[in-house]
Ligand binder design. Structure first.
Ligand SMILES: *Cc1c(COP(=O)(O)O)cnc(C)c1O
Length: 362
């Protein structure tokens, strides 16, 4: 799979140093993020009648793509002698910030919407011993607080409004081009605060300028139907979706996301919670890739785009000869609540061969 460009260098800063805002004197804070698998998916490709690769960002050190941006943001923060990091989070930013702060030996405050964080992600923030503040409010409220606190000079903000985060996250696009030997025709991904679609588009453009690819992909972003401010072109006061990582009503990188979509001749669309959960189950069952609900939005979107019967919206269909990459943004173990309900139905049986055969159905 790795045709060129990838080596055993540790972490995205060492891999892609010349494309990143670091110098020889930047202290590199890394947990070996990046170099995630770009998985060729035969059953998924057959299902949609097009060549599909899944970029599995759940394989990063804390289980989401946030680590790519965090290694750069925290390294730069240390270079600037930061003492305390701060972020608002739907879960994965706090997990990543807490881990990289621990790695760097500084402290990290995370502002979370109370009761809205997936179990695995909250557990990570506790495990890395971040200073955790749960607020009565949603993610958008938490980010507003963080912006205010960041002005005082005590805290360095490591949300994706920090440009070092976006710079680091570009490396996912670089890896895809390195692995495929060129850019794909279409790139599908979930959109929440819209930092990632911004970063991918910047990455594809930059790599193209450097002559590493011959084309640019159309960027197609998917929001959850109950949290789709960009799609509906208005603020969503109370965003609701099972996909907690994209439960955002006022995306920080709204304008940049629109630019990525327009410049790349892409689109923004919505998928329902039912479609998201069905896609999550499908990907685990048929390709062995277990992702969190927010991540499955790209797969749900793929099904919507490629299945003409279901494509109820007006952007051009994906031609059959296309090469498609879907980013799945985070590991399924982070957000297990939907599946835990199924686990609880498991009943024990007597320890006999006959009972095992009966339950297995053979
Ligand atoms: C952060 C996150 C997203 C949304 O990414 P944005 O850059 O905010 O658009 C999607 N999925 C997962 C798993 C995430 O952690």
């Amino acid at each position: 799979m790795h045709t060129k460009g990838t080596t055993s260098k540790f972490g995205v800063i060492e891999h892609y140093r010349k494309y990143l805002p670091v110098t020889e004197s930047t202290p590199v804070v890394s947990l070996g993020e990046g170099t995630t698998p770009l998985i060729s998916c035969p059953r998924l490709s057959k299902r949609v009648g097009r060549a599909v690769f899944v970029k599995n960002e759940g394989a990063n050190p804390t289980g989401s793509f946030k680590d790519r941006g965090m290694t750069v943001a925290v390294s730069k923060a240390i270079e600037r002698a930061a003492k305390v990091l701060i972020c608002a989070s739907t879960g994965n930013t706090s997990a990543s910030a807490a881990a990289y702060a621990a790695r760097a030996g500084i402290s990290c405050a995370v502002i979370l919407p109370a009761g809205k964080i997936a179990t695995g992600k909250l557990l990570q923030a506790f495990a890395y011993e971040a200073k955790i503040v749960a607020i009565d409010g949603n993610f958008d409220d938490a980010l507003r607080l963080v912006r205010e606190l960041g002005q005082g000079g005590d805290f360095v903000i490591v949300n994706s409004i920090n440009p070092d985060r976006i710079a680091g996250q570009k490396t996912a696009a670089f890896e895809i081009v390195d692995d495929l030997g060129d850019a794909p025709d279409f790139h599908l991904l979930p959109v929440g605060n819209a930092g990632n679609i911004t970063a991918y588009w910047a990455g594809y453009r930059e790599y193209h300028v450097f002559g590493n690819s011959t084309k640019l992909p159309a960027m197609i972003g998917f929001q959850a139907a109950g949290a789709a401010p960009i799609f509906y072109n208005r603020l969503i006061e109370k965003p609701e979706t099972v996909a907690s990582a994209i439960r955002i009503g006022n995306p920080a990188s709204w304008k940049q996301a629109l630019a990525a979509i327009t410049e790349s001749h892409g689109a923004i669309d919505v998928v329902s919670d039912e479609e998201i959960l069905a896609a999550q189950t499908w990907l685990a069952r048929h390709e062995g890739i277990f992702v969190e609900p927010a991540s499955a939005a790209s797969i749900a979107g793929l099904f919507k785009c490629c299945d003409s019967k279901e494509a109820a919206y007006s952007f051009r269909k994906i031609p059959e000869q296309s090469c498609i990459v879907c980013t799945v943004t985070g590991n399924g173990l982070k957000d297990p609540d939907v599946i835990v309900a199924r686990v609880k139905e498991l009943k024990s049986v007597p320890a006999t061969v006959n009972e095992v055969r009966r339950v297995v159905g053979l």
